[in-house]
Structure formats: structure tokens, C-alpha cells
Design a protein around this ligand. Structure first.
Ligand code: WT7
Length: 690
């Protein structure tokens, strides 16, 4: 059977749309093995799956693109709407040549995402179901909340926020680690129609200040400190510095609500500004445990999340309520083949989009039990994740390739000493997963039993775009497989011509989907220029991609000036701006290089001011500059002294050449004759190992 399917598969014409001949998924034992390209879900898995065959997927996908209004409104009807949307389920203009870009879904529909995450589930009888298991940094420190308890906690915070004057449409900045209070804070904002902007708690004071200045919140939610592994990070001190900075830049924040995370530090050790700073535990428990929701339009903003682009200034990606709600709920359900009995753990931090869509909203809209983990996955040792998996009988485990690669370097016994038999589905996100990491994840972590959903998507897309449906298709290690319902990926060439069949090129999307972002906060023009102008008529993802003869999609990484370090998106321009702030730095150029664990590392060419000598100390202070300006996760892996940078006669830095030098592919430098001064190339090569 297995061979027959492999054979039938390779004889198929190209394009996902043409694979309908493929027979239902196999049958019999799990056939995963190192040599085989195709890994089929077991009969047991497919038999119980929501989508259990390619045919079923094909039919659903066909309907979703031929009749998006019907497809999505059927799903939306399963959620609570105070008032149904208007006659038009969606309207859009995705072509800059025809006017401003505009995307609207369920316009006129009145709802609330917090209500759908919590109240609706409690009313449906899930009040006593665990909504969240919280696992602290130290083993044995844990907590949990049922759906009813979570609702009460959220209501108390909502009431407080209303009390201090936060209104519908106001921005609230959240700078918290993975405590239960982080999803609570997001839901509390959503409940009152406030727009949350979560800033990952690994960002520096400067980055936080920059975001505060951009979105001007009345209030910021944080905690005194957090422990990650053996390290204590004093978040409140970072917030203090950010608030000083932002008030210098004209934006002052009235209230800093601070959660006392007593396992990390004490109140006495926390600097305090009376009148502005408030201890969370002193005020929140006094508020009523119920709170009327603020009903909002489907197109009212839900949150802002800043992400990196190819210029220095981070972009405030804006998501609205209705479409995002339906999209995250549906993608979660199908991509993980969710069952009400599942216990689900996504290792992402709520500071990134993954934590928004797949720690908080997507799972809770499905009434799922989620795990929230404060600590570091290798603390106290490399077995921590599997300890947590066994402890909570986790059935769906969703993580990033960088974590897989770092754990894979350690002895397998850190995995195999745990049972992991509760696991059913694995997931991967953030960057392409290399086939060897895929196989280790599949064979060792999942005991060759659990399909892997390699989900391709972006902050901008709100939810999964290309992803396996684990019971439907055989998998290929390293491929994100096929588009989700309603998604029409297209691969275009340099000129923007759509290429059919087996090919490679730039990944774009045709048409809109409910979870798409609607604008960049305060800069609709940048939204249009970055995403809709490069290839008119399409949304441009910034990624390269190929499609194989069977129609499977393979993401190949960013094609713009964005580096993906451990699944974190970093603009080369941001790192360069940070480096040139150093008083001894004249110029900097940053490129990505392959990195065994992080996927990509940051490689910086630095030109010093005239007469400044190279030194180890200087190298360290340059790295420190980036840590302070952006955050530790953006620290360059290498600083390469550069007496000059390769530039064209018009002054443009030729990064192509820098990338080759950084990866030591010196035979492949290509044509350097167009450089203003070709001799800089030899000078750079001479300094490669200094
Ligand atoms: C970029 C988006 C969306 C969740 C986390 C990152 C890369 C993401 C995959 C994947 C290959 C992937 C892309 C994309 N990416 N998931 N499964 N396979 N590449 O969100 O910070 O908005 O970054 O991450 O390059 O453009 P983000």
C-alpha cells in the first residue's frame, strides 16, 4: 500500500489543485523511516481526525475559495454575536491600482472575543474545566484556573481598568512574562474594547519606550521581576527606564500596574514611584468578579503588535476583532485536530503573535486547556519539557525548530526517560524546520506516532496560512504542505507573474482571509508599500518558497532584509541603527548567517571611526549596545572589523558580497567590478578571523 501511494503521488501532475486523484491516506502501521519522503498518518489517527483524507481537504478547500462568504459565515455562526454582520460577509480591495487597500470581514457584526473565549464556554458547561495550567520556572511551583475562575480574574482586571479611565479604543501596553496574568491582561482589555499591545518582556527599555511613544497608552501592566532558568530579570526597572524615556519624548503613562511575582524578588527591592505605580495584588482582588462586556464591531481593533521590517522603525501590526476571532479559532481546531479532551501546550511567549493566536485566543475560543510556562525549556535540564508533558498529560505540543535543534544536541535520554505517551500531535513554527530536526522531533519526541503540523504564517496573517491538517495528507519532513481553508498562495517571479506547477519564487497570497491584518498603526501608506505594492494585486509575504511536483509548499526563508533568529524576526536595519549609536562606530552592515541552533545568526560588519583600534573590549561594548537598544535576543553573534564596506558607485552597500564573506563562500563572490572600490573585498577577507 505504502509503495503504491508513493508511486501514485510521484506521477501526479503539479499543483495542489490537481491532486484529487490521490487515494485516501494509508492504512496500516505507521511507516515513518529515514529513507522515505512521505510519512503517512496512521490509520488510527486519520480515522478519528476532523479531516481524514486528501479528498475531504480538497472539497473543503475548494468551497472555501469558491464561496468564502458561505464557508466563513457558517463557521462564524457557531460563535456568539450580539448582532449579526451585515449583508456582505466581507469586502476588500487588494489592488493598489484600484484605490486604497481595504479588508473587512463580518462588518456590522457586533461581538466580543473575550465573551466568546470565556462566558460562552462557561455557559456551555465548561466552567469547571481547566482553562490554564501554569508551570513556574522552578519545578513544583505551579497553579491552575478553571474557565469560571479565569473569567472572574479577567472581570476584576477589566473593572479596574475601567475604573482608572481606560475606554474602548484606548491602548494598553502589557510588558509581562509568562505568568497567568499575561493572558488575563489580554482578555481583560478585549473585554472592555481596549486595544492591547503586548511587548515581549525580552525587549530593552529603549524598544519598550519606542512602542509606548508610538501607541500612547494610559496604563502599562508589568511585574516586578521574573526568573528564567537561573537568571532573575528585573522587569520593573526596565519599565521605569522606558517610562523616563517616553516622558522625555512627550508621552507619559498615568499608571504602572505591577504584579508582585514574589518568587523572583521582593516589594522592598522594587523601586517605586508613588502616584504612578500600583501593586496589582493590592487593588485587583477588591474589584467585582463580574463585568459587563463592551460590545464591539467586528472591525474594531483588538490589538497592536509591533514587528520588524526592513527599515529601522518597528511596524504596529493591527488586528481587528471578528475576522481574527473566527480565523484563530478555526486554524487552531483543524491544524491540531483539536479534541475537547486535549491538553495543549504552545511554548511561545505571548509577546509574539504565536502567543496571541495560539496561547490565548485560538485555544480558548475552542474551550481548550492550555499550559502557560514561565521558565526556560532547558532548566533545570534538557528534560524539562517532557517532564511538563507527562505531568499534565499534554496531547498537543507546539514549539519552534530552534528549541528542537537545541534539545536534539543533548542526549536522547533526556527525552526517553519520560513516557510522553499522552502526545498525539506535534507542531512547529517560526522558521523552516530542517528535515533532520523534523525527523528527530518525529521519531524521538513523538515516538514515530505523532504527525507534525509545520505551520507557516506571520504576525501579519493572524493565523496559520500553510499547514498540514494532520489526518489528511502524508507529510514530507520540512514542508509546510498545503494552504489552509480560504488561503490561495501564489508563487510569483521577479516581475510579479504567477508561476504554475513545480517552481520557486516569491510567496504571495491572492484574496483576503479573515485573520489578515488591516493596517499598520498610524501608517496605512507603509502597509500598502510594504505588502501590496511589490507585486500588484497580491499580498507579499517577504518569504521565498517553492512548490514541488506533488504541490507541497516549501518555505525557504526571508527574501527581504529581515533575519530570523530562533524564530524571532529582526530587521538588519534595526541592528545597524543600534550599532552606529556606539560612539566609536562609523558604519555598520548586518547580514544573516546559518546557525546550527538558532537557524540564523546575526553577523555584523563594523567600520570604526578613524584611528580607533580594534579590541575585544570594543567588540563587547558594541554587542552590549545592541542588547541595550533592542534586547538580548538581537545580540550579534559575530563582529567583523571592516575598514570599508563594499559599495556601488552610487553608495549602495552590496549585501550579496557581505553574505558570501560572512559565510566564507569566498569562491562565490561574483562580479565585484561594479564596486566603487573593489579592494575593500580583499581587506575584509584579510580581517575575517581577527
Ligand atoms: C516569518 C514570520 C508566525 C509565527 C512566528 C513568527 C518565518 C514562520 C514558518 C514555518 C518557514 C516560517 C517566515 C515568516 N516562518 N513560520 N513554519 N516555516 N518559515 O512570526 O515574527 O511574524 O515571522 O517567520 O519567514 O515570514 P513572525
Amino acid at each position: 500500500n505504502y509503495l503504491r501511494h508513493v508511486e501514485s503521488m510521484s506521477q501526479l501532475p503539479s499543483g495542489a489543485g490537481k491532486i484529487s486523484q490521490l487515494n485516501a491516506v494509508v492504512l496500516g502501521e505507521s511507516l515513518a523511516s529515514e529513507e522515505n519522503d512521505l510519512i503517512f498518518p496512521s490509520k488510527e489517527f486519520s480515522g478519528q481526525a476532523l479531516v481524514s483524507s486528501p479528498q475531504q481537504y480538497m472539497e473543503m478547500h475548494k468551497r472555501s475559495v469558491e464561496d468564502p462568504a458561505g464557508f466563513w459565515s457558517d463557521i462564524a455562526s457557531e460563535f456568539y454575536w450580539k448582532q449579526k454582520w451585515g449583508d456582505q460577509v466581507f469586502s476588500e480591495n487588494l489592488d493598489v491600482r484600484k484605490g486604497p487597500i481595504r479588508i473587512e470581514w463580518f462588518k456590522g457584526g457586533i461581538t466580543n472575543i473575550c465573551y466568546n473565549c470565556l462566558d460562552k464556554n462557561v455557559e456551555a458547561g465548561l466552567g469547571d474545566k481547566i482553562a490554564m495550567y501554569w508551570e513556574g520556572n522552578e519545578i513544583g511551583v505551579d497553579a491552575s484556573l478553571t474557565y469560571s475562575e479565569l473569567l472572574q480574574r479577567v472581570c476584576q482586571l477589566s473593572n479596574y481598568l475601567k475604573d482608572i479611565g481606560v475606554k474602548k479604543g484606548d491602548a494598553v501596553v502589557i510588558y509581562l512574562p509568562m505568568l497567568m496574568e499575561l493572558p488575563i491582561a489580554m482578555l481583560a482589555c478585549a473585554r472592555i474594547g481596549a486595544v492591547h499591545s503586548v511587548v515581549f518582556a525580552g525587549f530593552s527599555a529603549d524598544s519598550l519606550a519606542q512602542r509606548i511613544v508610538d501607541c500612547k497608552p494610559k496604563v502599562i501592566l508589568t511585574c516586578n521581576a521574573v526568573k528564567r532558568g537561573p537568571k532573575t530579570i528585573n522587569l520593573k526597572a526596565i519599565v521605569d527606564a522606558a517610562l523616563d524615556q517616553s516622558s522625555k519624548d512627550g508621552v507619559s503613562v498615568d499608571v504602572c500596574l505591577t504584579y508582585e511575582n514574589s518568587s523572583a524578588t521582593t516589594r522592598e527591592n522594587t523601586k517605586w514611584q508613588n502616584g504612578r505605580d500600583v501593586w496589582w495584588q493590592d487593588v485587583i482582588p477588591k474589584y467585582p468578579t463580574s463585568c459587563e462586556v463592551e460590545w464591539v464591531d467586528a472591525e474594531d481593533p483588538l490589538f497592536l503588535l509591533y514587528t520588524s521590517g526592513s527599515t529601522g522603525k518597528p511596524k504596529g501590526v493591527l488586528h481587528t476583532t471578528g475576522g481574527y476571532m473566527i480565523y484563530t479559532a478555526t486554524t487552531f481546531k483543524y491544524a491540531f485536530d483539536y479534541k475537547p479532551t486535549d491538553v495543549y501546550w504552545c511554548t511561545a511567549d505571548c509577546g509574539w503573535i504565536t502567543g496571541h493566536s495560539y496561547v490565548t485566543y485560538g485555544p480558548m475560543l475552542n474551550g481548550a486547556t492550555v499550559v502557560v510556562f514561565e521558565g526556560a525549556p532547558n532548566y533545570p535540564d534538557s528534560g524539562r519539557c517532557w517532564d511538563i508533558v507527562d505531568k499534565h498529560k499534554i496531547s498537543i505540543f507546539y514549539t519552534a525548530p530552534t528549541l528542537v535543534r537545541s534539545l536534539m544536541r543533548d542526549d536522547d535520554k533526556f527525552v526517553t526517560r519520560y513516557s510522553r505517551k499522552s502526545l498525539r500531535v506535534l507542531g512547529s513554527v517560526g522558521e523552516p524546520i530542517n528535515p533532520s530536526a523534523w525527523r528527530w522531533f518525529f521519531n524521538v519526541v513523538g515516538d514515530s506516532r505523532c504527525p507534525i503540523s509545520d505551520t507557516w504564517w506571520q504576525t501579519e496573517t493572524g493565523g496559520f496560512m500553510i499547514t498540514p491538517l494532520p489526518g489528511a495528507w502524508p507529510q514530507k519532513p520540512g514542508s509546510a504542505t498545503f494552504p489552509f481553508f480560504g488561503v490561495q498562495p501564489v508563487i510569483v517571479d521577479e516581475k510579479g507573474n504567477e508561476i504554475e506547477g513545480e517552481c520557486g519564487g516569491y510567496l504571495c497570497v491572492k484574496g483576503s482571509w479573515p485573520g489578515a491584518f488591516r493596517t499598520l498603526f498610524g501608517d496605512h501608506e507603509r502597509y500598502e508599500t510594504t505588502y501590496f505594492k511589490p507585486f500588484a494585486g497580491y499580498y507579499f509575504s517577504g518569504d521565498g518558497c517553492s512548490r514541488d511536483k506533488d504541490g507541497y509548499y516549501w518555505l525557504t526563508g526571508r527574501v527581504d532584509d529581515v533575519i530570523n533568529v530562533s524564530g524571532h524576526r529582526i530587521g538588519t536595519a534595526e541592528v545597524e541603527s543600534a550599532l552606529v549609536l556606539h560612539p566609536q562606530c562609523a558604519e555598520a552592515a548586518v547580514v544573516g548567517i546559518d546557525h546550527e541552533v538558532k537557524g540564523q545568526g546575526i553577523y555584523a560588519f563594523v567600520t570604526l571611526l578613524e584611528g580607533v583600534p580594534y579590541s575585544e573590549e570594543l567588540r563587547k561594548s558594541l554587542v552590549l549596545m545592541v542588547r541595550n537598544q533592542i534586547g538580548a535576543f538581537a545580540a550579534p553573534d559575530r563582529i567583523h572589523w571592516a575598514p570599508g564596506l563594499p559599495k556601488t558607485r552610487s553608495g549602495k552597500i552590496m549585501r550579496r558580497i557581505l553574505r558570501k564573506i560572512a559565510s566564507r563562500q569566498l569562491e562565490e563572490l561574483g562580479d565585484i567590478s561594479t564596486l566603487a572600490d573593489p579592494s575593500v573585498v580583499d581587506q575584509l577577507i584579510a580581517l575575517a578571523d581577527v
